[in-house]
Design a protein around this ligand. Structure first.
Ligand code: ATP
Ligand code: MG
Length: 321
């Protein structure tokens, strides 16, 4: 294995270990978040309140030496509340840019569906272009800029659901499930014994394993991971099958294919390999496709879930050797 890739996989192993000091369990979720960061993309994060969504992103920021910010979306949030504004400074007799919270590395965008379309667009545009334009001046965002967006799944009233076309901009949908019983027990015990995970973070119990600058260089090492043409073909076949499946009304577009290939390559790195296997692609299929498929209503009424459809699709597609 090339020494640079070795350095990447070593760093990832240490990052996982540091995160595990704060986040109990959720190892698949941690890996998916790392994949999104490594590939320079963005994620939707879904999970009930109090399942450690905020804690996860905060912890990742600490471990990867990156800045963290959070925006709570509300119905009255304006685009400028995200991007920033030029404010007139009387003393200096000139306009000064006051940068908005989007100018950070890891951004937690909480309940994006609670803000109207115009405000959502400001965020989506920043995600896509990795720059922000204020009064016709364009400002670059930090190189590790990654958005983790949550949606409010329970109270649909007074929300503005993300249009399908915009969900496609998120590389993965990261689903956080309830912890296992032992994990929940150790969570409860930790609260009785030691300090809270937030206090641990604050006092520096977790150390960065890289700097933000080094992370940028490390991420480039992904290019040296081998993706054989058969593996690309496999990813393409999986995504194309979503378009012909009889239970699917709207299948996944070409962005899904790109996401699947890139996420699988990062998944290989996380597992200490410098080549992609069919298992990497299988592991990334659900989080890549989950938010991009719309089932036909009659199948939905029957109780079929997107997750089940994705498993069926995986069974249909021939696995390369
Ligand atoms: N897997 C876990 N590992 C460590 N702590 C956890 C875990 N799950 C829950 N917690 C605890 O739950 C608390 C709440 O976490 P957090 O505020 O990050 O949740 P959230 O998902 O962002 O909730 P909300 O949707 O209300 O914003 C944390 O402070 C932590 O103590
Ligand atoms: Mg939260």
């Amino acid at each position: 294995m090339n020494t640079d890739i070795h350095q990447l996989t070593e760093t990832l192993t240490r990052a996982r270990q540091e995160v595990a000091k704060i986040i109990i369990g959720q190892s698949e979720v941690v890996d998916q978040a790392l994949i999104v960061i490594l590939t320079g993309h963005h994620a939707l994060v879904e999970g009930v309140p109090g399942i450690a969504k905020t804690l996860l992103v905060r912890t990742l920021a600490r471990v990867l030496g990156c800045e963290f910010a959070r925006i709570q979306f509300t119905p009255d949030l304006m685009p400028a509340d995200i991007t920033g504004t030029n404010v007139f400074n009387l003393q200096r007799n000139e306009f000064v840019l006051v940068k908005g919270p989007v100018f950070t590395s890891f951004l937690l965008a909480d309940e994006i569906n609670r803000a109207p379309a115009k405000t959502q667009s400001a965020l989506l545009q920043a995600m896509q272009e990795r720059t922000v334009t204020i009064d016709r001046q364009t400002h670059p965002l930090p190189p590790n800029f990654t958005v983790f967006a949550t949606q409010n799944p329970i109270e649909y009233e007074g929300t503005y659901p993300l249009p399908e076309a915009q969900k496609d901009r998120f590389m993965l949908k990261i689903t956080m499930n309830y912890p296992a019983r032992e994990e929940e027990t150790s969570l409860a015990e930790r609260m009785l014994g030691q300090e809270s995970p937030e206090a641990m973070l604050a006092r520096g119990a977790v150390q960065p394993v890289v700097t933000a600058e080094a992370l940028v260089t490390l991420r480039q090492q992904l290019e040296h991971i081998l993706v054989r043409p058969e593996m690309v073909g496999y990813a393409v076949d999986i995504v194309r099958t979503t378009r012909s499946s009889d239970s699917v009304l709207v299948g996944a577009g070409p962005r899904a294919t790109q996401a699947l290939v890139l996420a699988s390559r990062a998944h290989a790195a996380l597992n200490g390999r410098d080549f992609v296997t069919p298992d990497d692609i299988k592991a990334m299929t659900a989080p890549v496709l989950e938010h991009r498929l719309i089932l036909r209503p009659e199948f939905e009424i029957e109780g079929l879930s997107v997750a089940e459809v994705i498993q069926r699709i995986l069974q249909q597609v021939t696995v390369p050797r």
